[in-house]
Ligand binder design. Structure first.
Ligand code: FE2
Ligand code: FE2
Length: 217
């Protein structure tokens, strides 16, 4: 029987995730794609997977808010379509981690309302410095996120590369896309932003703090 047919019959769901529990309306709409993975709710390193999914969901949410803030200021300028394209990819990243949260029963960080405001303010604030300021923000944030994803890839590879194969594929794909965003920022004159080095360092210190807090709370 195919993976889809098994999932439809509910037997694969029970096999992978145990007896079905009531999900939210959103949860009922999603499809869990970890069909061939050896990952189940029982055999994973629960603490590590919890931490990874929670912080990545928070990070992608924050990235979405940053690009929303940038678009609010620069959406009608020549750089608007470039920012919109990166934002569209962040929406896909957030959607994926939202699905994984439901599938692996991970709660979001309690700091979501805070990241909502801080993310938008960071995006809009740097965009007010001009196109270069927005791109400097993109370079700083995307470099931090790519570094963070590389750390997670190392952790999962050390744990069990076969068991976490599909989660690793997701993280590696997103890491590559964050690096593309980083390069787009550089191509659009990020380094010409006022006080680029100081701005980048300050934003990256904020990213490190956000990662630390979102993993734990
Ligand atoms: Fe992302
Ligand atoms: Fe990104």
């Amino acid at each position: 029987m195919s993976c889809a047919a098994l999932m439809a019959s509910g037997s694969l769901w029970r096999l992978c995730f145990g007896a079905p529990r009531p999900l939210s309306a959103y949860g009922r709409r999603i499809s869990v794609r970890f069909c061939s993975s050896r990952m189940t709710l029982d055999n994973i390193n629960r603490a590590a997977v919890d931490r990874i999914i929670r912080v990545d969901h928070a990070g992608e949410y924050g990235a979405n808010r940053i690009y929303a803030g940038q678009m609010a200021v620069l959406g009608r300028t020549s750089v608007g379509p470039v920012i919109q394209k990166m934002w569209d990819q962040e929406k896909e990243h957030l959607k994926k981690f939202s699905e994984l949260m439901v599938a692996f029963r991970v709660r979001p960080t309690v700091l979501m309302p805070f990241w909502n405001v801080v993310g938008f303010a960071l995006g809009a604030g740097t965009a007010l410095l001009g196109r270069e300021g927005a791109m400097a923000c993109t370079v700083a944030v995307e470099e931090s996120i790519a570094h963070h994803y590389n750390n997670q890839i190392r952790t999962l590879m050390d744990e069990d590369p076969e068991k976490y194969k599909e989660l690793l594929q997701v993280i590696k794909k997103f890491r590559d896309e964050e690096l593309e965003h980083h390069d787009i920022g550089l191509e659009h004159d990020a380094e010409l932003a006022p006080a680029y080095a100081v701005l980048k360092k300050a934003i990256q210190a904020g990213c490190s703090a956000a990662i630390y807090l979102s993993e734990r709370f």
